[in-house]
Write a protein that binds this ligand. Sequence first.
Ligand code: TRP
Length: 335
Amino acid sequence: MTTTRVLTGITTTGTPHLGNYVGAIRPAIAASQQPDVEAYLFLADFHALIKNQNPDEVAQSSREIAATWLALGLDPEHSFFYRQSDIPEITELSWILSCSAAKGLMNRAHAYKASVQANEAAGEDPDFGTTMGLFSYPVLMAADILIFNAHRVPVGRDQIQHVEMARDIAQRFNHHYGPIFTLPEAVVDDHVAILQGLDGRKMSKSYGNTIPLFGTPKQLQKSINKIKTNLLEPGEPKDADDATVFQIWCAFADEAERQQMRQAFADGIGWGDAKRQLFERVNDELLPARERYERLMADPGQLESILQAGAARLRPQSSALMERVRDATGLRPYR
Ligand code: TRP
């Protein structure tokens, strides 16, 4: 059996919400359980510094996200779960790759281009507020991927370009120094649900329309009650396909339950009733994980040792690769 190395990073900013769970966490954990897959899942905390320079928020978010993934069933013994900042070879490789990465390629990265365009529109200097971190973000991401010679990199659409850049950088390096790196491929899952938020748009922190994953049941109920609906009364037939309540229901229900709810909408279920059922369904699914989450958040030492163990298992691999890279590039001991 050949194993495929599947690697993905989670930028540690913000607090995880239902959209993250349905769109990223749940499918990634399921994929990590496949027998022919070696899963590398890491907390991209160096990347977090690009977006957030508040130390307490950075620390808190990293801890919450680590606890979230473990609480939801990521098995740290049968996958590699680690913090980017615990693998020093990643930053070392990042520098070396930056010497193979064309600046013109980085100029075309979406995040940087968007910032330049916004500055130009505002009549500012094009690079106003741009750090070198934002500019070289794709090089660090290439190092994340190439350090473990990942085959496949599951990402959202916005990240495809970055994986292609990693491939490009790897190709240039290999061409110049010899075949060291595996060329990674981006994988985008078109079937993964993009959850709607409270206002019916995509659930996203930047829209402020999220439902937090591990609030108290009361908070969950309150959020669900805020989901936008129309003014139809109980007894009036409702269009399930037009309802965020139904869309979220579908992300948590099996096929039979979806059919039942679709029928209930046609039969005129009241919004309050539909929301109560949605709350119960989501709460039931998350309840055991919430308890694990709370235990992990209350025991930072345990979280820390899980992550340290993850890094310790990987360092032999990352060091061996870095040794080859150093040798290939001529950074050799004198002899
Ligand atoms: N940039 C990715 C994001 O914002 C996170 C990330 C960092 C990543 N390094 C990675 C994803 C390496 C895949 C592979 O979503």
